[in-house]
Design a binder for this molecule. Structure first.
Ligand code: FES
Length: 126
């Protein structure tokens, strides 16, 4: 199975700043960095999406897979370190049967960035 990181491509660069010095939104920058970090990781797929409706935070990212808990994270700096932490967490998520990853295994770069989690639908709910 594959874990999918859904990266908002329209998010602000920083809390009150839409675009970075190069004219790109924070989401555009983070999308590119996450795609680059996941390029050689077979268990992690990426996709871009416009607005995940979490605009109170900048640089929002969802993590999901069929039958697993879904996480939404945000307030990332659009930097390589954040992208690498997201991909590392997605690898651990993929390796977990439920998607839950013990806190002690969390990459430092995702700590403090969780916004919400949604449990998977049970077989009789879908
Ligand atoms: S613009 Fe990214 S969540 Fe709304």
């Amino acid at each position: 199975m594959t874990a999918t990181l859904t990266v908002c491509e329209t998010c602000n660069f920083a809390p009150d700043t839409k675009r970075g010095p190069d004219g790109l939104s924070g989401g555009e920058v983070l999308c590119g960095l996450v795609e680059q970090a996941a390029e050689a990781v077979a268990s992690v797929a990426t996709r871009r999406h416009a607005c995940l409706m979490g605009c109170d935070h900048h640089c929002n990212v969802g993590l999901s897979a069929p039958g697993k808990i879904t996480y939404v994270m945000g307030s990332f700096a659009p930097e390589a370190e954040a992208a690498e932490a997201l991909v590392a967490f997605a690898e651990l998520y993929d390796a977990s049967e439920t998607g839950q990853v013990p806190y002690r295994q969390w990459p430092q770069g995702v700590k403090g960035h969780f916004v919400s989690r949604v449990p998977p639908l049970a077989a009789d709910e879908s």
